[in-house]
Design a binder for this molecule. Structure first.
Ligand SMILES: [Zn+2]
Length: 148
C-alpha cells in the first residue's frame, strides 16, 4: 500500500507540477479525497499552477478522467455548491480563468470556499498531506499574486 501519512506535506509548495508517484494512479487517494471534507487538489479542477496530476482513472461521479469524485465540479454542483471557476453543471466558467489557471479573483473565491463551514462542515476544508498538494497558504498566495 502506498502511504499518505499525515505530516509529510512539504508546506510551501514548489510550483505544483510535481509528480507524487504511483499513489495518485491507483485510486487510493480517491477514497481519501472526500466530498465536503477534503480540499480539491487535482490540476483538472484547480488549474496547472497549484494542482497536482490527477488520477489515471475516471471520476466515479462524472466519468471524466483527471480528478477524484470528492473534488468533482459536477458533484459539488449537484450539492448546490459549485466550485469556484465552475458552474453547477460541472462546466468551466471561462470568465474565471486565464487559460489553464484561475484568475486572481477566482483564487480569492477558493479561499472563501475552503473556509466556508457550509461547504466543509467540520470547520473548513481538510488538506490531504500528499507531497506538494496545495494547502490554504498556497491558495492565499495565488489570491494575492496570480494574474487578474
Ligand atoms: Zn467528476
Amino acid at each position: 500500500m502506498v502511504s499518505f501519512a499525515p505530516g509529510t506535506a512539504s508546506g510551501g509548495g514548489t510550483g505544483g507540477n510535481v509528480s507524487v508517484g504511483a499513489g495518485r494512479t491507483d485510486g487510493s487517494a480517491g477514497n481519501k479525497c472526500k466530498l465536503q471534507v477534503n480540499a480539491p487538489l487535482s490540476k483538472d479542477i484547480l488549474g496547472d499552477v497549484i494542482g497536482l496530476d490527477g488520477p489515471g482513472v475516471a471520476c466515479w461521479e462524472c466519468g471524466t478522467q483527471g480528478h477524484y469524485k470528492g473534488e468533482c465540479a459536477l458533484a459539488w454542483g449537484r450539492l448546490g455548491r459549485p466550485l469556484p471557476g465552475w458552474d453547477k453543471n460541472g462546466k468551466k466558467k471561462p470568465g474565471d480563468w486565464n487559460k489553464a489557471e484561475p484568475k486572481r479573483k477566482t483564487y480569492g473565491a477558493w479561499v472563501k470556499f475552503l473556509e466556508d463551514v457550509g461547504n466543509f462542515p467540520a470547520g473548513g476544508a481538510e488538506f490531504l498531506a500528499l507531497t506538494d498538494a496545495p494547502d490554504l497558504d498556497r491558495f492565499k498566495e495565488r489570491a494575492r499574486s496570480a494574474p487578474l
